[in-house]
Ligand binder design. Structure first.
Ligand code: SF4
Length: 269
């Protein structure tokens, strides 16, 4: 892949005047939205600013894939990590994921685990990776960043219930997303608490995400040096940790930058 390759964003019109966004990462992954808007309202994220409008249908999930294909791009894999909380649209998503499985197109997804009662069902679907967004080591920071999520303790209990029933391969396909935010969750107390949270799940990978600023948000990524220190902190504790790749650091490639739009000309850039 050329170093100067660029991500492309697709704004896709729906039949009721809504528009959703999908991003093709130059690494070959197409990131799809699962809902129009999002009910979770995480404060660093543009996608949830106006709340949830509705779930996307199975056809609208396919429409995002077809928009990318009609621009001459064949994605190598999909991730349901755009606008929306996938677990809140699980019925449509599971049918879509089965369609993709038949096309031999791997699908991963990102979830806060809300509602927690559906997490078990999700773990049983044919997937290429499930990333749990937690972004915190303590409940107080978690509540600040994911105010409507299930909470760290409940999430860990639910995962522990299922853990021994998963094969090693299934366990290795699970990961934790941690959006590094300067002065919020990049300090030793928070990082140490997260390292403790991860102890029961040694096969899980921790993904350190990059924060692209969005309008009306003061959240920022820490410096490259601080990010390096955080990375070393987890490595020294034997945790499988990865930093966001360069595609996720391009404009509109970072976590929470996609929005649900109305009345805007369709484009891909
Ligand atoms: S980060 Fe995800 S769950 Fe939170 S508001 Fe944005 S789209 Fe919704």
């Amino acid at each position: 892949m050329a170093r100067n390759a660029k991500n492309r964003k697709f704004v896709i019109p729906l039949t009721d005047n809504l528009r959703v966004e999908a991003v093709w990462y130059a690494s070959g992954t197409l990131c799809l939205s699962s809902q129009a808007g999002c009910a979770l309202g995480c404060p660093f994220c543009a996608s949830g600013k106006n709340g949830l409008l509705r779930n996307l249908t199975r056809e609208e999930l396919h429409l995002q894939l077809e928009s990318c294909r009609s621009a001459g791009i064949e994605p190598e894999r999909l991730t349901l990590s755009g606008i929306g909380e996938p677990l809140q649209n699980l019925a449509n998503l599971s049918r879509f994921m089965e369609d993709c499985c038949r096309q031999k197109l791997p699908v991963s997804l990102t979830t806060t685990g809300t509602p927690l009662s559906r997490l078990t069902e999700l773990l049983q679907l044919p997937h290429n990776g499930i990333m749990l967004s937690i972004h915190a080591g303590t409940e107080s920071i978690y509540r600040q960043l994911i105010p409507r999520g299930p909470g760290l303790l409940s999430l860990r209990q639910k995962l522990q219930e299922r853990w021994t029933r998963l094969s090693r391969r299934q366990r290795c396909k699970l990961g934790v997303n941690y959006l590094l935010l300067e002065g919020i969750n990049d300090q030793p107390a928070e990082l140490g608490a997260l390292a403790d949270w991860l102890i029961p799940f040694p096969e899980m990978t921790l993904h350190l995400l990059y924060c692209n600023p969005v309008p009306a948000s003061t959240y920022r990524s820490p410096s490259a040096e601080q990010t390096g220190l955080v990375h070393s902190f987890f490595r020294q504790r034997g945790i499988n940790v990865r930093r966001a790749n360069r595609w996720r650091q391009q404009a509109e490639g970072g976590c929470g930058t996609l929005t649900m739009r109305r009345n805007e000309t369709n484009f891909h850039s």
